[in-house]
Design a protein around this ligand. Structure first.
Ligand code: B1N
Length: 829
């Protein structure tokens, strides 16, 4: 026998690695059993649920790996422009079903498992979702990487592999308790750890200047460093053979540090140092919209961003790459301000390490970054104290100062010595001295975008007004979207089948095709089938609710759903006041219970652990629920349910079952919302304000199919300017006063009048988000909802039109907009 050819890098097997196992039931069974035996070391007969789940996940992975490796090889070969999406959060949701769907293996896997005596649903249920995000922003990142892969755009998602994701919420006596989310406890079968590709990330220390062959240069002498170890995840496109990468970084102690400390004999100190390093990626900060300026959070931000840039520059780019061409090769999209420290980091790499001169480096940097803003709340705009930033990243602070100096010169050149403008546009603000990260991102980014039309407009008019005046060409809009693969096909299989039966296939990747459903809204048989799907989805929801929480919802009730983070601006309290009003009407005898439209209200919401008012509202919702649900005078016509720990997995069951979607934020506060899109696409009607993407939803579905209420953003501004006195609104509306009095009276708190007093007095005397001002209009809109629901067939028609007209909200469309307006990267193939 001839000697085997050595496996050099050009050997055919090294170039075109493993082929996938045969995509047949037999092939799947074999691969599954091999994984069970060889990876888990168990026989099928003695395997636990976890063994089976892990072997199944490995099997699905095996089918995707060949394409993944091939796509990486091709990317290295063609070096086409890539998108590096930088996000501190990816709220992925469960992976198994998504990866089966993307690889077209769902039926094969179902049959193969059945042949092994395993029900695939029990495998689905076994997975713990990776909750590496707080809410909309993190879920958007997950939808975007799905669409990037589905559109075959070369891209890498970079982020943090938090050991603990968003906390698990439980209720004790109706109050939120946070439990750690140990999502890695069962093992994490979807990731590949790559210690050999680790990067070193440094912190603190000082800067110095030195003579570099006659050139005076600055350099950073850090005090300590950690190792960033990448974990790669496959991101398969939908049945297109494309597999992109999500690279999440985990912090570990550096070897050098270990050795030095261990050799000095201080064993305990060395172990402590290790723990210190690992702390960086230990836990996701559970703040949504209102980040706290904590040192560890800045460490996390710099950690993942520095590792990602180093990874891109050293592993993805060829060695001799001409850096002036960098903007043709890559765009770093900044998902809010969390990764904005990447800007001075890129400057440091280009100037200090690669020895480019400042102006050349700045010209490159300004073309390589783009910034997405996700908020309008002033308290949500991240700032870092100069003191903290200078201690942790002294060189970056110097760089930020220089960027600011040059920027302010440009402002002066353009607008003269306009001190107001200079002060307001400075990246550094005074008293206390701090760095405004949104301004840094705006100055550095090639483009700045908001996430819905109204939001982008308000960004330009308000938050970044001076910047818009100076550089209007930077500003653009990309309205958010959601992936129809997860939120229609997987979450609502029966609706998907109904649509496919009507339209044929292809709509899942061309969602505007849902328009063709418009004519079906006039077809009585189709309406009946559609209503049947909604009813079936309520039963599917009940299976889950019964299993996880021990309660179910009545199938003849209108299902009224408000699921999102608990925040005052989102106004869960407005919903509570509606429920209390209905309750009060009946118990006061003004309305007969039999005259109520039967409704179940579902809430899902986590509160940031330090957000006292939000936690009190959670307590109140549970308290109102327990009184309302058990009061016989209501004859079972109103129910309030609040399943704890709302997450992506629960969203996938709740949304398809909903009749009414509550999107009731104060106008001008919700940047976009994405839940609103998921509900409309699943045939719920929206009751909402003219805020965020609600505006676009209403424009598309039409006023007849949307329940609009409340002040518009200009009206909100006008009321503020006039002087808002919430008490006057309570005086003017008898039912509002009764509802507030009922809460104050203690009926929801066992007679204790103090429990919810802070909520009521906050509404009466402060009410930053104008709940009382919109109450009357909201109640009136809810009466229109009841009237509309009374004609069930007309309601179903509206629901179908909601589905038909909201194809625009596919995240595929968002990604196409990013490509056209910002990235100018081309899909491959
Ligand atoms: O981003 C979503 C939008 O649809 C929502 O309207 C918006 O509220 C949300 C700090 C945030 N904005 N800001 C955050 C999250 C975590 C954190 O630590 C801020 N989330 C949003 C997608 O565009």
């Amino acid at each position: 026998t001839p000697a085997p050819r050595p496996l050099t890098a050009t050997h055919p097997l090294a170039l075109a690695p493993v082929s996938s196992p045969p995509a047949t039931v037999d092939g799947f069974v074999r691969e599954f059993l091999v994984n069970l035996n060889l990876e888990r070391g168990v026989a099928l007969s003695s395997a636990t649920e976890t063994d089976k789940y892990l072997a199944l996940a490995s099997t699905v992975r095996d089918y995707l790996v060949a394409r993944w490796l091939e796509d990486q090889r091709r990317q290295r070969a063609d070096q086409s422009k890539a998108v590096c999406y930088l996000s501190a959060e990816y709220l992925l949701g469960r992976q198994l079903d998504n990866n089966l769907l993307a690889s077209g293996l769902t039926d094969i896997a179902t049959q193969a498992l059945a042949a092994c005596g395993i029900d695939i649903d029990s495998m689905r249920a076994h997975e713990v979702e990776p909750g590496l995000g707080n809410g909309g922003l993190g879920r958007l990142a997950a939808c975007f990487i799905d669409s990037l892969a589905t559109l075959s755009v070369p891209s890498i998602g970079y982020g943090i592999r938090y050991e603990y994701g968003i906390f698990r919420q439980v209720f004790r006596d109706g109050q939120q308790i946070e439990k750690p989310d140990a999502w890695l406890a069962l093992g994490s079968p979807w990731e590949f750890r790559h210690p050999e590709a680790a990067q070193t990330v440094s912190f603190a220390g000082h800067t110095e200047t030195y003579d570099d062959d006659g050139v005076l240069r600055s350099r950073w002498v850090p005090a300590w460093s950690v190792r960033a170890v990448p974990y790669n995840y496959m991101v398969p496109g939908y049945q297109n053979g494309r597999v992109n990468t999500l690279r999440l970084w985990s912090a570990e102690a550096t070897k050098a540090f270990d050795l030095r400390t261990f050799n000095s004999g201080d064993y305990v100190e060395a172990v402590r140092a290790q723990t210190f390093a690992e702390n960086i990626s230990k836990v996701l900060y559970p703040e949504d919209s209102t980040p706290q300026g904590k040192e560890l959070r800045l460490q996390q931000q710099y950690f993942f961003v520095a590792a990602s840039i180093a990874d891109y520059m050293s592993k993805v780019l060829p060695e001799d790459f001409d850096l002036t061409k960098l903007p043709d090769r890559v765009i770093f999209q900044l998902n809010d301000t969390h990764p904005v420290i990447a800007v001075p980091e890129m400057m440091r790499v280009l100037v200090d390490e690669r020895k480019l001169d400042w102006d050349a480096a700045w010209a490159i940097t300004q073309k390589c970054f783009a910034y997405t803003c996700h908020t309008l709340l002033p308290e949500a705009l991240e700032v870092w104290s100069v003191d903290l930033l200078g201690r942790l990243l002294p060189r970056h602070l110097e760089i930020i100062y220089r960027i600011n100096d040059e920027f302010l010169l440009a402002v002066r050149e353009r607008f003269g010595d306009d001190e107001r403008r200079l002060r307001d546009m400075s990246i550094i603000s005074e008293n206390p001295a701090s760095v405004r990260m949104a301004y840094l991102a705006t100055v550095a980014g090639a483009k700045v975008n908001g996430v819905a039309e109204l939001h982008s407009q308000l960004l330009r008019e308000k938050v970044l007004h001076d910047f818009d005046e100076m550089m209007p060409e930077k500003f653009t809009n990309v309205t958010n979207g959601v992936t129809p693969r997860r939120f229609m096909r997987l979450a609502n299989p029966e609706l998907s089948e109904l649509i496919t039966a009507a339209l044929g296939t292809g709509w899942l990747t061309d969602l505007e095709r849902l328009r063709e459903l418009e004519s079906y809204a006039e077809d009585a048989d189709f309406r009946a089938a559609f209503a049947g799907v909604k009813a079936a989805n309520k039963r599917r929801l009940n299976e889950v609710l019964l299993a996880r929480d021990g309660f179910a919802i009545a199938d003849d009730h209108l299902l009224d759903v408000m699921v999102k983070r608990l925040h005052e601006y989102k106004r869960q309290m407005l919903k509570v006041l509606h429920i209390v009003t209905l309750y009060e009407r009946v118990v006061s005898g003004r309305v007969a219970a039999s005259d109520l439209q039967p409704r179940t209200f579902i809430f899902g919401a986590k509160a940031a652990p330090g957000y006292a008012m939000a936690k009190r509202v959670i307590h109140l919702i549970n308290a109102v629920g327990s009184v309302v649900n058990s009061d016989p005078r209501l004859e079972g016509r109103l129910k309030v349910v609040f399943p704890p720990n709302y997450n992506v997995t629960l969203a996938e069951r709740v949304i398809p079952a909903a009749d009414l979607s509550e999107q009731i934020s104060l106008a001008g506060k919700e940047a976009s919302g994405t839940g609103n899109m998921k509900f409309a696409l699943n045939g719920a009607l929206t009751i909402g304000t003219d805020d965020g993407a609600n505006v676009e939803i209403r424009e598309l579905v039409g006023d007849d199919n949307f329940f609009l209420f409340g002040m518009s953003e200009p009206e909100v501004e006008e009321l503020w300017a006039r002087g808002y006195r919430p008490g006057e609104f309570a005086q003017a509306d008898d039912e509002l006063r009764r509802a507030l009095d009922l809460i104050s009276s203690g009926v929801f708190s066992g007679g204790d009048r103090s429990t919810f007093e802070p909520i009521v007095s906050n509404l009466l005397y402060d009410d930053r988000f104008m709940v009382l001002a919109d109450y009357t209009s909201y109640i009136a809109a809810q009466e229109r909802v009841d009237a509309a629901y009374a004609d069930r067939d007309a309601w179903t028609r509206s629901a179908i039109l909601n589905v038909a007209r909201t194809g625009f909200f596919s995240s595929d469309r968002s990604i196409r907009d990013y490509i056209d307006r910002i990235w100018h990267a081309q899909p491959v193939r």
